[in-house]
Every structure is written in structure tokens, then in C-alpha cells.
Design a protein around this ligand. Structure first.
Ligand code: C2O
Ligand code: CU
Length: 556
């Protein structure tokens, strides 16, 4: 049943939501884009044909691409963009991934409309670590702007402030019936009583961490980011941009219509601190309807789920609750002797306007260890492979003091003006890496869903405050940490991850909030080749998009 050769035509097509029609970039005219089905270990080939008027790259989010960064699809990190009228054959090399991942554009903000699910089933000779579900249901969360996303992006870049507020939250491309003009634009999931449905949830949101709930039903989480987890029974899902969650839904309630809904999580009803204009107080939850089939009178309106209201602690973060299976069939391999112990401070910075120190026109920037990454004008991977000088410097800094003074930085007094650089951190083949991500304060604090390409990290733990070596290290989970490609570093807190640098190549790491990424919260790891032939990067394909014409667009 699996077509392992796909053709992705990137082109403009017209789509209408909230009674507004716009021309937007899509793959094959579909929104959300086509779902790729594969099995663990498959090689999937995708021909990307750019029939649009924009430069484009397509990234396989969470696919590790062993030894083959050439098909990773990150604009100006692993490739130069596919220019209008050109094409590129990408190889999506599945290795240990099993579960749900997604693909999305990875150039400017095109991913707002250019994304789709990747569903990776067990090999035919193997089964799930849970009873075989009755059906597979992808649920993709996304955003809708009535304006052209390119306009939103250009205005955002020009102003250096938050982008225009979104107009709707979408579930499988539909806003749901609480939005004006949207009764027909509601995702309906028809289910039979007494079955188990495998929901494959993808957050393709550009910003916002959200709560997802189904009225009247608990669900059981069984996987995240393309890796299985121990079953976790829960009445809500918390998911950040770039994360995927696999969960089982048992249709064990009285036949009826139930809302499935999600909305951004808030910090409690008595919190009066002003928020960025991006976070509007009138946001409407996106809804879908879970419809039991059968003979019954549906309620006049589906039951609506209650949402947790506050942000009490890090306990709401799913990554803290998830556990790997960590058994004989699904072993884990957490590095214990660490050769690279890194401390990365994640910060939002204010950059004064050039003329004088007028605060109103300050712009936002974002940094890791005070470096705000500038995108190069050509591919880092190509420069590394061909030894081209002047594209990047191999000196991304560690933070030797391993502490962040929380009292120092606050809004209006943020003196930490970042340094601009295209700096990479070089890792030896098979280096064992630990990163402590330390979040900082700006205003109300911001979470950062940090995503790495080419790897998944073991998420050993997260907590509030400064990471405390003496206290917090004792509580890290080395027994069954989840294996994730995107971890949420909580506001005012920290997260510790580990990975083994066994995949040579050039790998991007960044905040999966697009505005933070565009402000500079991003960096690149280069993992050097090992000595043996099977430890080296493979050569590039013949049809790599050329880098000799300067790309039309890139992040500043
Ligand atoms: Cu979801 Cu760098 O990507
Ligand atoms: Cu961020």
C-alpha cells in the first residue's frame, strides 16, 4: 500500500477560511499537504518540484537522515533553496523512527501552509507495543492568517516586533464551528463504539503551546516525536510547535457528539500582566467534532471539554511525564560518560534602535549564549564539505560559568545585546553530549520548544529556576527518559538533554517558535566524520540546488 516515491509540487492554490480567500503555497494543491505513510527502516524518495514563485526547501522534521544531511532540507544550513521552476529529489532515510513525524517548508515562513504528516508504521514482521488500533487518524494543528504569510513575515521582519496576531487556529486545516463562517469548516471524526483509534497529532503551529482536550474522554499517550513511550493516561494533551504525540482514544462513552478542542494555555485568570499583542485575549479555541455513529439523537450542541486554566508548574509539560519504553525490544542508550558538557542560555534580547536609545523602537532579537545567529548567504553544509572559507566560524561558545543570574535581565533593562555571528559548534564523531538549556526572563517569560535536526535527544528533566548542579542533577532521569526531537524549555526554567553524536553532518538546532528562530535563537552543530567508512558522511546527490546564485530570501 505504500508508494515510496512521491511527487511534491509546490505551487500556489486558492483556499478559503473565515470567508477569506487567499492564494497560498501548498504541496499538490492540498492543505494540509499529503500524508506520507512508511514503515520503520524504509527509504522514501520525494521529488520536490517548485512550480511556485518562491524559493522553497522541504524538511523531514524528526527524521534523522543518517549520514545524509544533503536531504535534510534546511535553507542555507544544509542546502540552497529550490528556486522557481527547479526541482530536487530528496531521500528521506528512515532508521529507528516509528510513530508520527511531519514534513514542512524550511525557508522563510512558508511552513505556515506547507506541511503534512509522516506516519511510520512498524515493519511488516513486527507489531505495535500496544494492541493493534482500529484506525489511524492524523490530527494536524495549524494556524491561519487571512493575510498572505509572506506579508506577515515581511512586516514582522521590518518591525522587529511580534508578528500580526493569527486569525484562527486550525485542526486538519479547519478552524471549527466556533469561528465565524466556519460551520462547514469543521473537522469531523466519525467513530464506532467500543474501538481504539490511534490519533497521530502533529503541532505545525508557528507559535504557541496548546492544550488539546476531548470532551468526556481520557486518552492514552503511547509515543512522541517518532518514538514509543510507556502508556500515559491523561485528560489533556500539551503540545508545542514541532512536537508530535501518538495517543489512543477508546470510544467507550455513550454514543453522542463530543467536541475535540485546543487553545493556547494561559497563566491563570488572575494574571493581569500585559502580554504580547500576538497573544490576544479573544482567541477562540479550534474545534473538531467526535461523532459516534449509530442510532441516537445527537445533542443540540456537542459537550465542550473543560480546560485547565493556570500554568501552575512544569508538571503540565508533557515531556516531564513521558517515559521511554526502555525494554528489551525498545532499548535506550543514554550516554553516561559525557565528553561535551554544554550550558546554553536561551534569551530574548532587546536591540536599541540605531539613532539613539529610544526604547519604543527597540527590536527583539533572540540568542543562544548571547549569539544571535545570522543566516549565511550560502549553505553551511556545502561550505563545510567543499572547504569554502568565510561562511561560518567553528567557534560557537559554551557558557563556562554554567549559571544565569535571573535578577539581571528584565524588560527595559536587558543590557545583554547579543553578538551576531554564523558560528557552529564542532563535535567529534561519537562525542557524548549533554546540554543544559537555561531559560531567562523577559517580561512574562517565554517557553522555547528547542528542536534539533539529525538527532533526537534524551530528555532527562526540566525544572524551574536556575539549573542547580547539586540539587537538580540528582533528579535527572537516566533510566527511561523520552527520546524527543523537540523539548520545551520552560519559562523561568531549564531542561537537560543528552545525545551521542553518531550522525556525521551539519545539523541545525533552533527554537521552533518561528519568531524566535527568525530573531536568531538558532545554531548549528557540525559532527565530524569518524575514521571508518561507515562513519562518514555520504557524498551529495548530483541535483543539489546550486548555491552560486544568491538566494532570493533568507532570515536576517
Ligand atoms: Cu521543524 Cu528546523 O524544523
Ligand atoms: Cu523560543
Amino acid at each position: 500500500v505504500q508508494a515510496l516515491l512521491h511527487r511534491f509540487e509546490v505551487r500556489r492554490s486558492l483556499h478559503t477560511r473565515l470567508c477569506t480567500t487567499k492564494s497560498m503555497l501548498t504541496v499538490n494543491g492540498q492543505f494540509p499537504g499529503p500524508t506520507i505513510y512508511a514503515r520503520r527502516g524504509d527509504l522514501v524518495t520525494v521529488d520536490i518540484v517548485n512550480l511556485s514563485d518562491r524559493n522553497i526547501t522541504i524538511h523531514w522534521h524528526g527524521v534523522k537522515m543518517p549520514r545524509y544531511p544533503w536531504s535534510d532540507g534546511t535553507n542555507l544550513v544544509t542546502m540552497c533553496p529550490i528556486t522557481p521552476g527547479n526541482k530536487f529529489r530528496q531521500r528521506m532515510i528512515l532508521s529507528d523512527e516509528e510513530g508520527t513525524l511531519f514534513w514542512h517548508a524550511h525557508s522563510d515562513w512558508s511552513r505556515a501552509t506547507v506541511y503534512g504528516a509522516i506516519i511510520i508504521l512498524p515493519p511488516t514482521t513486527e507489531s505495535y507495543p500496544f494492541p493493534k488500533p482500529h484506525a489511524q487518524i492524523p490530527i494536524l494543528l495549524g494556524l491561519w492568517w487571512n493575510d498572505d504569510i509572506d506579508e506577515v513575515y515581511q512586516n514582522f521582519i521590518a518591525e522587529g516586533r511580534d508578528p500580526a496576531a493569527v486569525d484562527a487556529f486550525l485542526m486538519n486545516g479547519q478552524p471549527g464551528d466556533l469561528y465565524p463562517c466556519s460551520t462547514q469548516d469543521t473537522f469531523r471524526l466519525k467513530v464506532e463504539t467500543g474501538k481504539t483509534y490511534h490519533i497521530r497529532m502533529v503541532s505545525a503551529l508557528m507559535h504557541f503551546i496548546v492544550f488539546f482536550k476531548i470532551a468526556g474522554h481520557n486518552v492514552t499517550v503511547v509515543g512522541a516525536d517518532g518514538s514509543y513511550t510507556k502508556p500515559l493516561n491523561t485528560d489533556y494533551i500539551l503540545i508545542g510547535p514541532g512536537q508530535t504525540i501518538d495517543f489512543l482514544l477508546e470510544t467507550n462513552q455513550p454514543p453522542s457528539h463530543y467536541y475535540m478542542a485546543y487553545k493556547i494555555y494561559t497563566r491563570g485568570s488572575n494574571d493581569t500582566t500585559p502580554r504580547s499583542p500576538l497573544f490576544r485575549s479573544d482567541y477562540v479555541p479550534s474545534t473538531g467534532i467526535l461523532e459516534y455513529v449509530g442510532n441516537y439523537t445527537p445533542p443540540p450542541s456537542p459537550l465542550f471539554p473543560p480546560f485547565p486554566e493556570a500554568w501552575p508548574s512544569t508538571t503540565i509539560y508533557f515531556s516531564n511525564k513521558l517515559r521511554s519504553l526502555a525494554n528489551d525490544k525498545h532499548p535506550i542508550d543514554v550516554p553516561i560518560n559525557i565528553t561535551e558538557k554544554l550550558f546554553f542560555v536561551l534569551s530574548i534580547n532587546l536591540w536599541p534602535c540605531r539613532a539613539n536609545s529610544c526604547l519604543e523602537s527597540d527590536r527583539f532579537l533572540a540568542s543562544i549564549n548571547n549569539v544571535s545567529m545570522i543566516m549565511p548567504e550560502t549553505s553551511v553544509l556545502e561550505a563545510y564539505y567543499k572547504g569554502i572559507k568565510g561562511v561560518f566560524t567553528p567557534n560557537f561558545p559554551d557558557h563556562p560559568e554554567r549559571v544565569f543570574n535571573f535578577t539581571y535581565v528584565s524588560l527595559g533593562q536587558n543590557a545583554s545585546h547579543p553578538r551576531f555571528a554564523t558560528a557552529v559548534y564542532m563535535l567529534d564523531y561519537n562525542a557524548t553530549v549533554e546540554i543544559v538549556f537555561q531559560n531567562t526572563i523577559l517580561g512574562n517569560g517565554l517557553d522555547h520548544p528547542i528542536h534539533i535536526h539529525g538527532y533526537s535527544f534524551y530528555h532527562l528533566g526540566s525544572g524551574l529556576g536556575n539549573f542547580d548542579e547539586a540539587r537538580d542533577r540528582l533528579n535527572l532521569n537516566l533510566v527511561d527518559p523520552p527520546f524527543m526531537d523537540t523539548v520545551i524549555v520552560p519559562r523561568f526554567g531549564w531542561t537537560v538533554v543528552r545525545f551521542k553524536a553518531s550522525n556525521p553532518g551539519v545539523w541545525y538546532m533552533h527554537c521552533h517558535y518561528d519568531r524566535h528562530q527568525s530573531w536568531g535563537m538558532k545554531m548549528v552543530f557540525i559532527v565530524k566524520d569518524g575514521d571508518r567508512p561507515e562513519e562518514k558522511m555520504l557524498p551529495p546527490p548530483q541535483d543539489m540546488p546550486r548555491c552560486d546564485t544568491p538566494p532570493l530570501d533568507y532570515y536576517y
